[in-house]
Design a binder for this molecule. Structure first.
Ligand code: FAD
Length: 308
């Protein structure tokens, strides 16, 4: 791919915030991953549309990312275009009990804004370090609540750049699942939540309790990606990995956390290959002992190191 043709094509579509060969590790919470050929950070819906159309014209695959808190980017990086919805894509408006947030907004801060405005229902989001778009895509949830419980609609851009409003039914939510997962050409650009009036002090108390529980049970001081595996029906992935004796197992600088066995932490210079090795090892061991297949919750993207 010729960098000058690429850049001029994107510029023709009004895309100005673009870099080539952007290392992706700093854009993920695991701090792991090779470079993206082209990296775009749109500052508006029009610029996002421009990025989609430019990628289409160049025949380049594209991947949308938020805060990279559920992503394992492989060491060879990502061929094509990575579009990151970040801080410039993060307006929040509140009317009565309806809160609308742009997709790049941090889910934690949306939860906090709701509490500050005496609106109840999004307290669970204050512990989920993703973006609003990532939360819609994953139907992120915690403490017995999920995004679908409070979401009324999402505005979604398709491959032609058109934005349409999807109601909750159209988003086809399931456990850590939405229609956006089945069709990666769809991009959430905003989400509308319908909340209830709530008592601020009570919500803050609940948030503090959950924060303390997370910090005592999860290895939050080391780069990680949250739960690596989905919980199989009727049991917990962390319990199975721990009882298989794998807690603390290390490969390179990647380690199955001694604090929580469904977390893999980066002790410094872990590679995606190290993490994948631990993941496969955990899957094989749990299958051999319990006959249960652990399915990954994190999204594995990009190419191995030798693929470039
Ligand atoms: C410490 C820690 C704790 C966590 N706790 C929880 C928890 O309690 N509950 C929970 O559910 N998750 C949890 N997670 C995982 C993660 O935060 C969520 O899955 C989050 O919703 C991912 O959002 P993101 O913006 O980081 O998405 P990314 O990691 O950037 O992307 C994840 C997937 O979503 C897609 N995507 C991102 N943005 C969009 C968009 N705008 N439109 C369409 N697709 C998009 C990407 O293509 C990718 O496939 C935790 C993670 C960490 C690191």
């Amino acid at each position: 791919m010729q960098a000058n043709i690429t850049q001029s094509t994107f510029a023709n579509y009004g895309v100005t915030h673009i870099t080539v060969d952007e290392p992706l590790a700093p854009h993920t919470t695991w701090r792991i991953g090779g470079p993206a050929d082209v990296f775009v950070v749109p500052h508006s819906v029009d610029e996002l549309r421009g990025a989609v159309l430019a990628a289409n014209q160049l025949g380049l695959p594209r991947l949308i990312i938020g805060k990279g808190s559920n992503l394992l980017v492989q060491d060879g990086g990502i061929r094509g275009v990575v579009i990151k919805l970040g801080d410039k894509f993060s307006e929040v408006t509140i009317e009565g009990t309806e809160l609308v947030a742009m997709a790049g907004k941090s889910y934690i801060s949306v939860g906090n804004i709701a509490i500050k405005n005496n609106l109840q229902g999004l307290e669970f989001a204050t512990g989920i370090p993703g973006s609003v778009g990532g939360a819609v895509m994953m139907n992120a949830g915690a403490h017995g609540s999920e995004t679908k419980d409070v979401l009324a609609f999402a505005d979604v851009m398709d491959d032609s750049g058109e934005v349409r409003r999807f109601d909750k039914e159209a988003l086809q939510f399931g456990y850590r699942h939405s229609i956006l997962k089945d069709d990666p050409t769809l991009i959430a650009v905003a989400a509308g939540f319908v909340l209830r009036p709530g008592d601020q002090e009570e919500m803050m108390k609940r948030r503090t309790g959950w924060t303390l529980r997370r910090s005592s049970t999860q290895p939050l001081s080391k780069p990680n990606c949250g739960s690596v595996f989905r919980n199989p029906v009727g049991t917990h992935a962390g319990y199975l990995i721990e009882s298989a004796g794998l807690k603390g197992l290390r490969r390179g600088d990647a380690q199955i956390s001694p604090k929580h066995a469904n977390f893999i932490v980066n002790l410094g210079h872990a590679t995606a290959a190290d993490v994948l090795w631990l993941m496969h090892h955990a899957q094989e061991t749990v299958r051999a002992i319990y006959g249960i297949d652990l399915e990954t919750e994190v999204r594995i993207v990009g190419e191995p190191a030798s693929g470039r």
